[in-house]
Each structure stands twice: as structure tokens, then as C-alpha cells.
Write a protein that binds this ligand. Sequence first.
Ligand SMILES: Cc1cc2nc3c(=O)[nH]c(=O)nc-3n(C[C@H](O)[C@H](O)[C@H](O)COP(=O)(O)OP(=O)(O)OC[C@H]3O[C@@H](n4cnc5c(N)ncnc54)[C@H](O)[C@@H]3O)c2cc1C
Length: 494
Amino acid sequence: MKKVSIVGSGLSGLAAAILLANEGYEVAIYEKERKIGGNFHAVQSADDQIDLSPSFFALPEVLESVFRVVGKQASDYINIIKLEKHTKVYFKDGTEFYLSDNREIMIEQLQRIDPYGAENYDDFMKEIERIYHETSSLSNELQINNWNKLISTPIRNLLLRLKPFESLSSFLRKYFENENIIELLSHSANRGGVSPKSVPAFKSAFLYPILAYSVFTVRGGNKKIPLALKKLALELGVRFYTEKEVTKIHVENNKVQGIQINHQISLESDYILLSSSKLLADDLILDAQYLQKEKSKWLVREDYQMSQFIVFLALSDHFDLELHTVLFSNDVELEAEQLANGEFASNPTVYLYNPAHSEPERYKSGDRMLILTAVPYVDGESISNRAEIAAYRHAIINKLKQHGFDVEQSIVDEKVWTPIDMRKMLADFQGKIYGGISKLFAEAYIQPPVKSEEIKGLYFTFVHTNHPLGSTDALKNGMHLATSIIEDGNREGK
Ligand SMILES: Cc1cc2nc3c(=O)[nH]c(=O)nc-3n(C[C@H](O)[C@H](O)[C@H](O)COP(=O)(O)OP(=O)(O)OC[C@H]3O[C@@H](n4cnc5c(N)ncnc54)[C@H](O)[C@@H]3O)c2cc1C
């Protein structure tokens, strides 16, 4: 039986392990931390834990497909619930709005504030559906080490149909007139913090899943997602080794031989799978020159780097705050300008996550919430002293008060994470939690190779997944990587 060593137990490593074990490979996952799940972090509070990341869960069918491939039902492992009105939004002028996958709810709200948008809503949905499906098919088509495909006529036509030269802002203005609605849709599509004038129209593809299929929540918290995958992996015979950092990949005659763990033990492997793009930042694992060569071949650059300032509050009361809430900045353009200049926004757009709203039985003594604002990373220097941290936290709590949520007197516990803390938590991403998401068209949709051309048996991805719909991409990465090994294994004989 051929041995596969998977480095990292995030969603991508877990998905890959399941598919490979199901095909009869001997699979082991090596994880440097004590816990499995990678980016899935939770904060302990008096009643129960609360997800620190990720909080926003869309497209559960990708998760379900991992179970389906091996003949199982996700519902036997995890309880996923659909939210009908998934995000409540408060605009600067006090107007309120719900994002929903329900067409009638959307049109009825638009009729009140953007009648032109209400009229065009069906056409808008049709167009983003097309862009979503065409971007997906483009990324599937180009899952191979072959740039020549890019210039073939069908692919070139497909690329042009994705409006590579139009801005998101001008695209949205064709369908909507109200500035609040345009700000909301561009915030949801480009993950906030960047002016829609500098983001290409095809990023509207991100809107389709949340407006057509909605957003979901997991009973017991999102940390149940990696736990469900781990359970299935164990049933299929996958072995887990935690606190085992892979410190070197042994290569001989351009073929992988095995891995070194914790700078000590060496183990043989036929295939090595570096599950997350973050792992490629580690020069210990792969030769830096080799990586640079691969990166330049695939034009991998990181030109959109953002972090988060996060406040956790445990309250003694319940407030009428939904699971997902967005409080808009008074001036979204100024906010984008300040962030682009490496400054903290004077009036930030704030995202709140309040799981007590959907699972009150878990948080009986009061709300437990996370409040997130986009901030520049700026080498972690920008907000480092206590006075600055206290002032920014104060500004955020005040913003809640302006919208009628006076939580200050109810706070029984709180924590703050600055970009420096995020850097520690997400070590290899230096606190830039939105990672290297590129504005460049080709990079966003051409998935770099899943196997090394130079080192036989080595599989990895450059696709960054640290964004608010990233868990889906992480699962897809894992499945792509596993499929690539399975196809090669079938050719070479398992
Ligand atoms: C703050 C934050 C908020 C987010 N919010 C959302 C959201 O709301 N919705 C959403 O869908 N997505 C969200 N995402 C993205 C989502 O969390 C990620 O896309 C996904 O979890 C990434 O999974 P992964 O397997 O690719 O990588 P990771 O989860 O990073 O897993 C990589 C693993 O490899 C391990 N590792 C690294 N080096 C070594 C080594 N040398 N040896 C052994 N192990 C190693 C790491 O410890 C880690 O466990 C968010 C991300 C962040 C950071």
C-alpha cells in the first residue's frame, strides 16, 4: 500500500485524507499544533465556546460532497442549518436591510429604497449566476500545468465574458441606484476594505452563493466541521499525529523519499501533500529558490494584505443582534482610502458575530459576540500600545451605541486581538488574515499546479483560502490535491 503523508490538519488536509484513505492509500496527517482543524479557532467563555474563526459558512454542498464521495451522509456527522435572512445590515443613514436568498424578501426591501434595483434584481441574479458558473468552470479547466490553454479560443472567449476590464462599481451601477445597496453588495463581494472602483467586476461571483443559496450555521459552532471530518477520516483508517511539525522534505533524484518530524525522526512516504498554501511560506519544508521559481512561473503575488482588529465581548444580557450583522462606515470611500494608506479607518465598517442569536440555549447568561473590523497589517506596528488599542476598542463600542446597542454596562468579560495577535495565531501569514488575495484576474481564477513538475511525489497548492468564503476553497483544494494523487497512483499502479 502506497504511503501518503499529509502536512497540516486544516479543512484541506482533512478532505484530502478522506478521499485518499477511501482509495486504499495508507494516510497519515502530521499537525504541528495540539489541536486539529487549522484556522478553526474558538474562544472559551463562561457558558460555551464561541468561534473565533471562521464564522461565515456558505455552500455546505462542498462539505457534503466530501462525505458523499465516500458513500456517507454529512447529516450523520454534523447538524447544518440554513439561515433565511442571513445578514442584517445597518447603513449610515439608519436604514436597515437583510441579505437573503429569498427573492421576495430582497425585492420587497429593494422596492422601498431602490425601486430601480428591485426591477433589475432578477437580471442581476442571472448575470452573477453566469459569472459564478463561468469562473468556476474556468478554474476547473485551468487546473493543469498548461498556460497554452489560456490562449486557446474557447478559454479566451470565456475570459472576456468575465468582464476582466470592468470595475465592480460600474458593474453594480448597471443594476442598482441606491448608494447604500451598491456599498453593501461591493462590501459582500470584495470582503470589505477595498474601494469597489479598484476591484474587477468578476468578483461579483462571490455574491452568488450567498444570494442564491444563503448562509448556514452549524449546531454547536463551526469547530464541529473539522471534528466531523476527523471522525470520518478515523473511520477510514487515517492516522493523526499532533504536535508533529514537518521540518523537512527528503528528496533524492528528484523524487520525494519522506519527511522529517520535529527536526528529529524521518519517515518514508511515497507521496507528500502540503495541504495549505500557507505551508509554502516555510522555507524549512521546501527549498526557497525552488519555491520562488514555481511562484514566478505562476505569477503568484500578494497585493491585497489586510488584517483584523477583533473584540470579543461576553455580556450579561441579550441584545437584538442577529447572528451576522454589518454596521456600515459613515464614509466607505474614506475608509478604503485610509486602509490603502496603511491607516486605521476613523469610522470603520464593523461586522458582528453573535451565535447566541441562533443558539440561545448555548449562551443562557447573555450574548457572546465577536466584533471584527478590517485594518491594515503594516508590519504589526500600527496598533501596538495600550492607549491606541483602548481607543480603537472604545470607538467600536461607541459605534454599536449609535446604532442602539448600548452594550458597555453589560460587559462581563472581554478580549481584544490586534494584528500582532493575529500574526501569532496564524503564524505563517504574518497577521495578514486575508492573505495574498490578488486583484489580478489571472491569479484569482487560474489555480496553480497541484503537483510539482520537478519533484515527483510532491503535491501542493498556491491557492490562498483566507477569506470569508475560504473554507469552501480549502475543501476544494484538498479534493483537487487528493484527486491528482489518485490519478497518478492509478497510472503508476498503487
Ligand atoms: C480570521 C479568519 C476568519 C475567517 N473567516 C472565514 C469565514 O467566515 N468563512 C469561511 O468560509 N472561511 C473563513 N476563513 C478562511 C478559512 O478559515 C480557511 O480557508 C480554511 O480554514 C483554511 O484551511 P486550510 O486547510 O487551507 O489551512 P489551515 O487551516 O491553515 O491548515 C493548515 C494546517 O497546517 C498546519 N501546519 C503548518 N505548518 C506545518 C508543519 N510544518 N508541520 C505540520 N503542520 C503544519 C497548521 O498548524 C494548520 O493546522 C477565515 C480565516 C481566518 C484566518
